[in-house]
Design a binder for this molecule. Structure first.
Ligand code: A3P
Length: 303
């Protein structure tokens, strides 16, 4: 057994098992023990796999292709991340049972830490899961986590100087925030045929976004016109989302250092090639093969 690596000072091993940021821990009790409703909608993912894209499509679909009613609200208000509802570090934990239905919720927490209502299928909230090839996911996470998302007074300053190779090594030890990419994917993949789970792949979405808007609308039971589907496809394109302050996380700038890397960054597949050495890429391929062999789960690693 390899030794579990020490984490940077802003992270810990939650329940001796899952790498999380300290600031997420106070929210975990609610995440693990919440009560669900059948009309809840969750977007679940390992970080940087296309969560915000899917969330934005879901918001538009649920609101008939029009988000005007939300005014100045951002995606954080409308579609909170359960394990970090309040990024400003407030001590009051916002009560998600007070959210108006249908509740829209995002989480990166692995399946086994979701509430019992979901795991035991006592309720059937709609769950959209999105995955992405691990090479592009970790490159994206590198830009967000050590380089882009440094909260003054919270994030370990040494961490913000990490090289990609250091960060990738951390990934190989399941020690980036939210832990094992492999287990996270497999836990949802094994349940992809549940009628309340829709399993999507980022690269497929890139190839044919409109089809995925239709898929998501069908899954959520929303009947939309062709024109509404077109509007949603256009409004959730990379370029539109990048300049849309409701969803581009530019609002993070008020609580942290100006982002070194924008949240909506490249939006492509295959960008990993300029970050991985040949040896690193081969190591990833080998692990990928070991972990996913026989499961039927496959990703595209290119455009
Ligand atoms: P890159 O950093 O590779 O550009 P998440 O929302 O799960 O954190 O994922 C963020 C990644 O999704 C980023 O990847 C971001 O650019 C990409 N993304 C966000 N909106 C997108 C869109 N409309 N089309 C394509 N990619 C998008």
């Amino acid at each position: 057994e390899e030794q579990r690596p020490e984490l940077p000072s802003h992270q810990l091993w939650y329940k001796d098992d899952l790498a999380l940021m300290h600031i997420m821990v106070p929210f975990m009790n609610q995440v693990e023990n919440m009560k669900c409703m059948d009309d809840d909608v969750f977007v679940c993912s390992w970080p940087k796999c296309g969560t915000t894209w899917v969330q934005t499509i879901v918001m538009y679909v649920m609101n008939d292709a029009n988000l005007d009613k939300f005014g100045d609200k951002t995606i954080e208000d409308i579609f909170p991340m359960l394990e970090l509802i309040d990024i400003t570090g407030g001590t009051d934990i916002p009560d998600i049972s007070a959210m108006p239905s249908p509740r829209l919720m995002k989480t990166h927490v692995p399946f086994k830490y979701l509430c019992e209502d979901i795991r035991e299928r006592r309720k059937k909230p709609k769950i959209v899961y999105v995955t992405r090839n691990p090479k592009d996911a970790i490159v994206s996470f590198y830009h967000f986590d050590p380089l882009g998302f440094s909260i003054p007074g919270v994030t370990d300053p040494e961490y913000c100087k990490w090289t990609f190779s250091q960060y990738l090594n951390c990934f190989f030890h399941d020690a980036t925030t939210f832990g094992s990419y492999w287990d996270h994917n497999l836990e949802f993949w094994e349940r992809k045929d549940w009628d309340n789970i829709l399993f999507l792949k980022y690269e497929d979405m890139l190839k044919d976004p409109r089809t995925h808007v239709v898929k998501i609308a069908d899954f959520l039971g929303k009947k939309l016109t062709e024109e509404q589907i077109d509007t949603i496809t256009t409004e959730t394109s990379f370029t539109k989302m990048k300049s849309n302050n409701m969803v581009n996380y530019s609002f993070y700038n008020s609580v942290k250092l100006p982002q070194a890397s924008p949240f909506i960054r490249k939006g492509r597949a295959g960008g990993w090639k300029t970050y991985f050495t040949v040896a690193e890429s081969e190591k990833m391929d080998k692990i990928y093969e070991e972990k996913f062999r026989g499961t039927g789960l496959q990703h595209s690693f290119n455009v």
